[in-house]
Design a protein around this ligand. Structure first.
Ligand code: SF4
Length: 355
């Protein structure tokens, strides 16, 4: 059987651990989709139902570009919202467009955890060894934790760098080093080495900087391209940007019972998808006296639409301003910046007691 060329849509820097899992664990080739551009959005938007949420359109655009780059196998993810059905819909659309590719739909592995994933992947890699797959999976998990740890530090400090570009340069270096990782030991070494190096970058951080918490929907919040790099834009304004939602916190450190308990005065039921985490973190940011909250979601994301009235209650009770962003393939860059700047000015005035 010819070696398959598998691909997965862009998702921040997580393509590195995903690629590791495919190459080392499944011993198949990995095709990184071309960097996302306006064309990716146009392609995805053109062939998607109009009112479907943005991650669907973005993924479809990435799939088409990956196929055109040589991918013959596509991974589709599962999720606790309608994302769980998207795999089948993507498959139908791509088949109607005439693409002859194989789909690995992880929604079919639901509830079977590592064994389920292993069985799904075995369909495209029949000689797959459970030992190799598990070893590569554990290394990939360490890589994910590494990215999350480093990016958390970045969000809180990049806005205060003394020399412009020093964080970005080191981050590029870090991604390069992470791409070469072969084992858990190496992943741990790269993480501790780069955390140390990031901490050595000189910053001019005021004693009481503006702090903004970011909450919202899984994909739009974590994928910089999808949210027009709003975290980066805020950091440039000299803001500490704090976000709890990332892959490791949502998959490996998600104390859902405690989270529900914490927000029970605001919500008695689980909203679904990332809604509970959105409310939990928003309440935490509010209680900790943050200067503002940014809520990020994709257009048409029903779980996060449900969370919005509750966020308004938190905002009213704790007198914390919340700025809402809803992203689609049509969102214009200029409008985002204008709203962010106005939000920033308002937070500064409040801090100075003028508003
Ligand atoms: S969480 Fe919202 S935006 Fe994300 S896939 Fe589900 S419905 Fe779509």
């Amino acid at each position: 059987m010819e070696k398959r060329k598998i691909s997965f849509p862009h998702f921040g820097s997580y393509y590195i651990p995903i690629r590791h899992l495919m190459i080392r664990g499944l011993e198949i080739d990995y095709v990184t989709p071309p960097p996302m551009t306006k064309k990716t959005l146009e392609l995805g938007g053109k062939y998607s139902p109009d009112y479907v949420c943005a991650p669907f359109k973005i993924h479809l655009g990435c799939y088409i570009e990956a196929i055109e780059k040589g991918a013959d196998t596509l991974i589709q993810v599962d999720g606790v919202c309608r994302l769980g059905y998207y795999g089948e819909l993507h498959e139908q659309i791509l088949r109607d467009l005439g693409y002859d590719v194989v789909f690995v739909n992880l929604a079919r592995a639901r509830n079977r955890r590592i064994r389920g994933f292993y069985e799904e992947f075995k369909k495209i890699s029949p000689n797959l060894s459970l030992k190799k797959f598990s070893t590569a999976l554990l290394t990939s998990i360490d890589m994910v934790e590494s990215i999350d740890q480093i990016e958390d530090y970045l969000r809180k400090n990049i806005g205060f760098e003394q020399q412009e570009g020093s964080f970005d340069r080191l981050y590029e270096d870090y991604l390069q080093a992470l791409s070469l990782v072969e084992s858990r030991k190496e992943a741990k070494y790269v993480t501790s080495n780069y955390i140390k190096r990031f901490k050595e970058i000189p910053v001019n951080k005021p004693l009481k900087p503006l702090r903004v918490g970011v909450v919202g929907e899984y994909y739009s919040i974590m994928d910089g391209f999808s949210n027009h790099q709003i975290e980066r834009e805020m950091a440039k304004m000299g803001i500490v940007v704090d976000r709890y939602l990332n892959v490791s916190n949502s998959l490996f450190h998600y104390p859902v019972k405690k989270m529900r308990e914490y927000i029970k005065g605001y919500s008695s039921y689980d909203i679904g998808a990332t809604g509970t985490m959105t409310l939990n973190r928003a309440l935490k940011f509010a209680k900790r006296g943050y200067d503002g909250i940014i809520h990020v979601k994709s257009f048409g994301c029903t779980p996060e639409i449900d969370a919005m009235p509750v966020l308004q209650n938190i905002s009213k009770d704790y007198k914390i301003p919340i700025l809402y962003f809803s992203f689609d393939s049509q969102t214009a860059e200029a409008g985002i910046l204008t709203r962010l700047e106005a939000f920033y000015d308002m937070m500064v005035m409040r801090k100075e007691g003028k508003a």
